[in-house]
Design a protein. Structure first.
Length: 358
């Protein structure tokens, strides 16, 4: 089957299954299940006149506010057209060099590295040890790498690499002249795990962020990169002019000021995760040790039937995310987003039917 590269493609999946009339709930896109803040629509309407002018090419106000919130210098942050542009800019910085990517991981890291002619070495984690980093293997690999790409919290597993292991890799990287590019697109769901304070100590650290996931604005395209000033200056020199539109840069400060939205989301998700985990344990499903708004799922009794489980869910109105294009998974698990309480309950009802049948 010609599986789509990303989640959030319900119309494409309906065509693949020749089921255009089927009503489905999309569990394949890992966005905040509570949706955007209620005030966002009104703020977008207020800011629409920004579209009549070119943006400030330096995005000075937005950048300074982001820097203040992250407690870094203005010169250490670069606004980007979503997290995807940040990934490609990071790969461009190491063009033609040697990269390591820890899998399973977001496919755009490898795509960006291949685009900029990096030699790519894959390092695998395994579900057998809850996708923990193979630290000995990584430390041995660092001298032969110019950059190591990590996703933290990881997509698709939701697992957070311990800070102690990140520090160990950064220290070894300083010795070996190896950078770490760490994608923190989902760190808003676990704010205490932010690595921003490490930027002061480790000049070989580059952090990537996205506002898409927490605030449910994938169509607005808004992200940023943080690193030492020299790194940011060089990357800025090859970023496309006016990469970020005026509306996105105007909205960013408003989003970041709404601390209660993040707090309420995190609290609500914790309750939903407890319910999901209890169900998985009681019904013999594997559920990854997620800290965020999505997780990996597998039938412990029939791990070979993951594709059949995908089809069963789809036929019952649930669209999961396949994992065929995640190295190290190759379709062995499903990735599912956490959605509303009622929608999560519907998913569990259908999984119960699967368990009774299989």
């Amino acid at each position: 089957m010609n599986w789509p590269e990303h989640g959030g493609q319900p119309d494409m999946m309906k065509k693949l299954f020749q089921a255009e009339e089927l009503e489905v709930l999309d569990f394949s896109a890992n966005l905040n299940p509570l949706g955007p803040p209620e005030w966002l629509r009104g703020e977008l309407e207020k800011q629409w006149k920004k579209l009549l002018c070119y943006p400030d090419p330096n995005y000075s106000y937005c950048t300074s506010l982001l820097a203040w919130m992250e407690r870094i210098y203005n010169e250490e942050i670069l606004l980007t057209n979503g997290g995807a542009e940040a990934i490609f800019l990071a790969a461009k910085y190491f063009e033609g060099k040697r990269a390591g990517i820890v899998h399973p991981a977001f496919s755009e890291y490898e795509r960006a590295c291949r685009h900029y002619h990096l030699q790519v070495k894959g390092i695998m984690t395994s579900p057998l040890n809850d996708f923990r980093l193979p630290m000995n293997q990584l430390l041995e690999a660092l001298p032969d790498l110019d950059v190591l790409f990590l996703c933290r919290p990881n997509n698709p597993t939701g697992v957070v690499i311990p800070k102690a292991e990140i520090k160990m890799l950064l220290k070894q990287g300083l010795h070996d002249q190896t950078f770490l590019v760490i994608d923190e697109a989902f760190v808003d769901f676990v704010p205490s795990e932010s690595l921003t304070p490490m930027l002061k100590e480790y000049p070989n650290l580059i952090l990537l962020r996205s506002l898409t996931k927490m605030y449910t604005i994938p169509g607005l395209r808004l992200g940023y990169m943080m690193a030492r000033e020299a790194v940011i200056n060089e990357i800025r020199s090859f970023q496309v002019p006016w990469s970020v539109n005026a509306l996105a840069s105007a909205i960013a400060p408003c989003l970041l000021r709404d601390k209660s939205f993040v707090t309420n989301t995190v609290s609500w998700l914790d309750e939903q995760k407890r319910t999901l985990r209890t169900f998985a344990e009681n019904n013999d499903f594997y559920l990854s040790n997620t800290s965020v708004n999505f997780y990996l799922l597998q039938d412990n009794r029939h791990p070979e039937k993951t594709e059949a489980l995908f089809t069963f869910l789809f036929q019952h109105g649930i669209l999961a995310r396949h994992t065929y294009n995640f190295k190290g998974l190759e379709g062995s698990h499903l990735r599912l987003a956490i959605r509303s309480e009622d929608e999560n309950a519907k998913l569990l009802t259908i999984l119960k039917k699967w368990r009774e049948r299989v």
